[in-house]
Design a protein around this ligand. Sequence first.
Ligand code: HEC
Length: 143
Amino acid sequence: MRVPHIAAIAALLLAAIGANAPAPPAAMFTAAQAHDGLALYGQYCSKCHAAGLTGGLGPDLFGRAFTASSLSMGALNAEVTREMPQDNPGSLTPAQYAAIIAYLLAANCYPAGPAAYPADGPVPNRATKVATQDGATAPCAAP
Ligand code: HEC
């Protein structure tokens, strides 16, 4: 029978495409953290990295240049919590840093989820490269 045969081939093709598609990133922060992080970013980071994450005194924190920086999740965590804000490194609380990292991830179009980004626990997906998701050309709105 012709029609079911075509349907079977289509199903196989779709399965093959699905197998090759990159897995969506795991949720690493809550929406509430990203929301708090937006305000904290404005207070402590945007003067050097710009409100739209497009860089200035400091590098871009969104888009192609950010993705090309090859930061891993672990390196991002270390850079932010130990080196930033560059004019007063280490001056924020662990919870504030976690919220700011949540905001940076949300702006780069990572999904929010039920689990909080840990303020003092192990960095989630430590070895995974940070990248702006879905080829977004403008920062995603903080949830
Ligand atoms: C006084 C200016 C200044 C402030 C304020 C500042 N930064 Fe930076 N930032 C820089 C500069 C300059 C660099 C590049 C040199 C370096 O890595 O130290 C940088 C680098 C970074 C990087 C690494 C980017 C990459 O591609 O390697 C991240 C992430 C970052 N900043 C996040 C933050 C966050 C989050 C805040 C707020 C808590 C912040 N910065 C506040 C100036 C600043």
